[in-house]
Design a protein around this ligand. Structure first.
Ligand code: FA5
Ligand code: MG
Length: 523
């Protein structure tokens, strides 16, 4: 009885929400309620957007035992997996004149020796987690945004992740030999276009076009990175920045006085703060040449007070939501010196949580050439870049970064727009590992074999069924001098128990692909 009340309540509530705007969805809900035929559901689900399917399933999550929900889950899962392939042309194709091209973001990019985007990454770029109001990442995004006054900060959500090499690196002062530019670290569509590796890639555009003194940019970002519980090749960042134009002031003293008076208006955060309060240090965290110490200190103070206010605001709202939060003491944060090519001085903020210091974001005083390249010379200001997954894992207690991508109802049904609640773990399915060991080509150096190249093959074949990949052994044959590497792949699904046959098949594919791609000899 209790159960049916809950279902009826949830359904009426959601139907109310969708009464006018989402007529097809309402129809869908009615159909699902009256018709438990899986095929029927599949055909309706196929006609609507997967975001809407997710919403429908949230309505139905309370009737979890219902067959129809199981059917819906499998449809969503399939849709998430095949979406890229079914809705769009193949990732790679050739044109009539024999040119190889990448087809993505409604655009065509000519393949060259830099192209290293993979189908599994392309598929992820279509998911748009920040657009799902009930995904924990977008809940955090909204919460942070609500702490910035809208008359001072414009919210900008850039559309597709393809940006120029200039935007991602050059416009931010990255040296031409910066390791971040390597193909081993960054996904290239071709030698001119990358998948942004950070939201800073949009700073120039925003400084140039946004009329408020500050802005916030949130987006998916891509890095060829290791695979483990806290690293994923696609994650989400929020960038914030704030600028003042020297042209608005007769003297630098007036500019500094204005920044200082802006700083005084920032509400105090209710945090315990550890800070050396040395805003710059010539040897370790220098200010920019040509900027006066007074101006540097004024900007640094505005940056630090703003970010302390935001972090304080977030933790305060969580305390208010989570009445029995165990830890009622003031949250501790600390400022650590850092380095970024586009800010000086620079800091990272760390927060003390669950017995550990955790890096939340990088930040600093924006370097003058960044403003020059953005075509807004004569400006001063600051910027920060924050990892949304890190913060969400902390606040919701989400233990594995892959979960943000889960389409399992037991995950998605736990979250609701505007609310932060502790994630209730569902049973962890068992993990199994398999090793891949191989001899490198004769005369080749293990240093030239990149983990990230191996990771991408694993990702393409096993996607989110892999929890962790590590190099566990390196060995040089005493006689032949040949080098051998061994990687351990830990398989684990967030959603079900994997069968050995299935893992063996994945493992076989990975092994043969590794042999083919790198010309190595499997052991
Ligand atoms: C940057 O990306 C700079 N653009 C940040 C910045 C902006 C500095 C503006 C100064 C001014 P970094 O690589 O440290 O910095 O990444 C920023 C945050 O993203 C990190 O603090 C972390 O929270 C998160 N992050 C980095 N790599 C990963 C990953 N592989 N998975 C999940 N989160 C990550
Ligand atoms: Mg960092």
């Amino acid at each position: 009885m209790w159960f049916f009340h809950k279902v009826r309540y949830a359904t009426t509530r959601w139907m109310g929400n969708f009464r006018n705007k989402h007529l097809p969805l309402k129809t869908l809900i009615l159909r699902v309620a009256s018709d438990q035929n899986q095929l029927m559901f599949a055909s309706i689900a196929a006609t609507i957007d997967s975001m809407q399917v997710l919403s429908v399933c949230r309505v139905l999550e309370l009737s979890r035992k219902h067959n129809i929900v199981r059917a819906a889950t499998s449809i969503i899962r399939q849709r998430a997996n095949v979406r890229y392939y079914s809705d769009k042309p193949a990732l790679f194709s050739s044109t009539q004149d024999g040119q190889n091209v990448v087809n993505i973001f409604n655009n065509t990019y000519i393949v060259d020796e830099f192209t290293n985007i993979t189908p599994s990454i392309a598929e992820k770029s279509g998911r748009k987690l920040l657009k799902d109001p009930a995904n924990p990442l977008s809940i955090i995004k909204k919460l942070i945004e609500s702490n910035f006054p809208p008359q001072e900060y414009t919210v900008f959500d850039p559309p597709e992740p393809a940006v120029t090499v200039y935007e991602n690196f050059d416009s931010l002062n990255f040296r031409s030999d910066h390791p971040g530019r390597n193909k081993t670290d960054t996904y290239y569509l071709n030698s001119d276009i990358v998948l942004r590796t950070h939201t800073s890639a949009h700073q120039g555009h925003c400084f140039r076009t946004i009329s408020t003194p500050g802005f916030l940019i949130s987006a998916d970002v891509y890095r060829r990175d290791e695979i483990d519980r806290t690293h994923y090749p696609v994650f989400h960042q929020m960038e914030g920045a704030r600028a003042w134009s020297r042209d608005d002031f007769a003297t630098e003293e007036e500019l500094i006085a204005k920044i200082n008076s802006d700083t005084l208006k920032i509400p105090s955060p209710g945090l315990q703060i550890i800070d050396s309060n040395k805003q710059f240090e010539e040897s370790s965290n220098p200010k920019q040449p040509g900027m006066s110490p007074e101006l540097c200190i004024a900007l640094s103070n505005h940056l630090k007070r703003t970010l302390e206010m935001v972090v304080g605001g977030i933790f305060t709202s969580i305390r208010q939501m989570d009445r029995d939060s165990a830890d009622k003491e003031a949250v501790q944060i600390r400022w650590i010196d850092a380095y970024f090519p586009f800010t000086a001085p620079s800091w990272e903020m760390e927060v003390y949580w669950d017995g550990d210091w955790l890096e939340l974001f990088g930040s600093g005083v924006t370097e003058a050439p960044v403003f020059d390249m953005a075509q807004v010379p004569n400006h001063v200001g600051w910027a920060f870049g924050l990892g949304l997954e890190r913060l969400a894992m902390l606040l919701f207690g989400i233990p594995d970064i892959r979960l943000f991508w889960s389409t399992d109802l037991r995950f998605i049904s736990q979250f609701e727009s505007g609310r932060i609640n502790r994630f209730q773990k569902f049973s962890k399915y068992p993990s199994t590992h398999r090793d891949v060991a191989f001899w490198l080509k004769e005369g080749s150096d293990p240093k030239d074999f990149h983990d990230n190249d191996f990771m991408d093959i694993v990702r393409d074949h096993a996607a989110d069924l892999v929890e962790d990949v590590k190099l566990i052994d390196k060995f040089t044959h005493p006689k032949t001098g040949r080098h051998s590497l061994c990687y351990r792949i830990v398989y684990q699904s967030m959603e079900r128990t994997l069968q050995s046959d299935e893992i063996n098949a994945l493992q076989d594919n990975i092994r043969s692909e590794v042999a083919k791609t790198f010309g190595v000899q499997l052991r």
